[in-house]
Write a protein of this length. Structure first.
Length: 171
């Protein structure tokens, strides 16, 4: 548990939504690490910095991408084999054991993410998340690395974050 923090910096969105104001040295400020707020009508969507941003490119990010984006089941690591394995559907609809591709380190596998997002009807959300990630690093979306593409796809699937309704009558 964190205790009270003296002189915390607060970044808030004004009511018009187009400017951010910074207030410094507020003794009553609550500190939340890396919180992003998005206006969704009468409520704000609050997302702490996701654990997905902290996972390094490699087998764990590949396994998460396979589960969340490609619909793999029972993704796990075998003791006697290298890498992660899971069950995926073949063209006939049967679940087959297969090795998880290296989505986060191989460009050829990462480009299949875009086709999958289009197939799921979430291409616009994926491209929006990819733009946010690449824009933060000052690079074009076309130059995104495979791990950035994985993170954008997982975020576009919408299973992270929560919506908190604001109560205007609260005192």
């Amino acid at each position: 548990m964190l205790g009270p923090v003296q002189c915390a910096e607060i970044t808030s969105v004004s009511l018009s939504g187009n400017r951010k104001t910074k207030i410094r040295c507020n003794p009553y400020a609550a500190v939340a690490l890396s919180v992003v707020t998005k206006s969704t009508g009468r409520s704000f969507q609050v997302m702490a910095q996701m654990a997905i941003d902290k996972i390094l490119p490699g087998p764990k990010l590949d396994a998460l991408t396979a589960e969340k984006v490609f619909g793999w089941r029972n993704v796990h690591q075998h003791d006697d084999r290298d890498g992660f394995y899971g069950k995926r559907q073949d063209k006939a609809g049967y679940w087959r054991l297969a090795k998880v591709p290296q989505y986060s380190t191989n460009f050829l596998n990462a480009y299949s993410i875009e086709g999958r997002m289009e197939q799921l009807g979430r291409l616009d959300r994926y491209l929006r998340q990819l733009f946010r990630i690449t824009h933060a690093n000052n690079i074009p979306s076309n130059w995104a690395s495979p791990d950035q593409r994985c993170r954008a796809a997982i975020k576009a699937m919408g299973q992270y974050g929560q919506v908190i309704a604001l109560n205007r009558n609260r005192k």
